[in-house]
Design a protein around this ligand. Structure first.
Ligand SMILES: Cc1ncc(COP(=O)(O)O)c(C=O)c1O
Length: 400
């Protein structure tokens, strides 16, 4: 006996990559082999967390409360207010913020929160960009919704345009994911696009799930966010939840610390849901996270490291493979014609592991997988290793 909705889930991209490369041995020595397939930051975590995490031992002897503590909620609210220049009274940590154990589990749980048994008498839909972060699909399927894939291709500016969705799908929509800056393409949704999406969500009564975990890794202007769009629409947070995390901003994916912020009614309901089945954050983790949200110096240093690596990548690739500097995040999204073929050749000839873009997307109505021509390359290692790997990559890709 098990939940047969599980059968609707596909294998996770990294398992598919392992299967693809199973019979391939790199022709370069082990010390030159490098995994650029996974978006796990390899920059050193900020020194300040060393003492913070062990500070008050007695806190480990307590069950932490589901909504976290006031210190964390206040730090997240203050950060959001400053970062997005929101009106001072718009975000109240006590009403609008919920800590989560990294945003992955929260993005998954969002579907349990927002997808009703039916909408207007029919199966609800969950709208998502295509390509997309794979958790969105699993969340929709396990909540009993029909996933609807909305193109996020070069033609649409690598962001989905939900205004183009079939009205029959919109009428059944329970929620819509947006990822900005996007994984994998790094493109940023403008305030105008976010405003349009929020207006659409309010018109059709679905929830905007704005995944903003790459918001602090940027090259030029700070990426916009959905709360900024709410402010521009008058300050109401109705139908909007944003998700952010320290994993990329502070290079601490192992801390498992993020938050959800937005619609007070949905946050209260999320609190109820999480008190039944959510992973609570230990109090020392909450306090450490609060200190990290209050500090920008380590984030600026982190951003500078990524910027330098994009400088190197721009030098190495020029205009080849449709290279562009993304508005945010730390991925290259290169058009190499056939992502699987390129990934196999790169592993064999250069010892570089990258992810075929097709593993992050689904075929469209015409059977075309919009990610298939691409590879995703995570610039998460140090600058010298990254530049060396990118040089070797270019040499191999030029021969394909
Ligand atoms: C687009 C996107 N959203 C969410 C996450 C989850 O991050 P975390 O659970 O570490 O907050 C990731 C992690 O790679 C991601 O790429």
């Amino acid at each position: 006996m098990y939940n047969s909705r599980l059968d609707g889930l596909t294998e996770y991209p990294f398992q598919r990559l392992n299967a693809l490369l199973a019979g391939t041995s790199p022709r370069v020595p082990t010390d030159q082999q490098i995994a650029m397939s996974i978006g796990e930051p390899q920059h050193a975590p900020p020194e300040m967390i060393r003492d913070l995490l062990v500070g008050d031992l007695s806190a480990w002897g307590k069950y932490p409360p589901t909504p976290g503590n006031a210190n964390f909620r206040a730090a997240a609210a203050a950060w959001l207010t400053k970062r997005y220049a929101l009106p001072a009274n718009m975000i109240d940590g006590e009403k609008h913020v919920m800590p989560v154990s990294g945003t992955r589990e929260a993005l998954f749980m969002a579907a349990q929160l927002c997808v009703p048994p039916d909408k207007n008498g029919a199966q609800p839909t969950v709208l998502m960009p295509n390509p997309f972060y794979q958790v969105y699909f699993g969340a929709a399927v396990m909540a009993g919704a029909e996933p609807v894939f909305v193109p996020a291709t070069r033609e649409t500016g690598f962001q989905p345009d939900y205004a183009t969705v079939d009205p029959r799908h919109l009428a059944r929509a329970a929620m819509a994911y947006i990822c900005t800056p996007a994984n994998p393409q790094g493109t940023v949704a403008s305030v105008a696009r976010l405003k349009q999406m929020i207006a659409l969500a309010r018109e059709h009564d679905f929830v905007v799930i704005s995944d903003e975990c790459y918001s602090e890794i940027y090259d030029g202007a700070p990426p916009a966010g959905a709360l900024e769009a709410c402010a521009a629409l008058g300050g109401d947070l109705k139908n909007v939840l944003v998700f952010n995390s320290l994993s990329k901003r502070s290079s601490v994916p192992g801390l498992r610390s993020g938050f959800v912020a937005g619609d007070a009614d949905l946050i209260a309901k999320l609190n109820k849901l999480r008190s039944h089945g959510g992973a609570v954050q230990p109090i020392p983790v909450l306090d450490t996270a609060a200190a990290l949200w209050r500090d920008e110096a380590h984030v600026e240093a982190n951003r500078a490291l990524y910027r330098a690596k994009f400088d190197d990548a721009a030098q190495i690739f020029g205009k080849q493979f449709e290279f562009y500097r993304p508005g945010g995040g730390f991925f290259l999204w290169l058009n190499v014609g056939d992502g699987e073929r390129a990934a196999t050749a790169l592993w064999r000839e250069a010892g570089v592991k990258v992810l075929p873009g097709g593993y992050l997307a689904r075929p469209d109505a015409a059977g075309i997988n919009p990610g298939a021509p691409y590879i995703r390359v995570a610039l998460v290692h140090d600058r010298a290793r990254t530049a060396d790997a990118l040089q070797r990559m270019r040499q191999v890709l030029e021969t394909l």
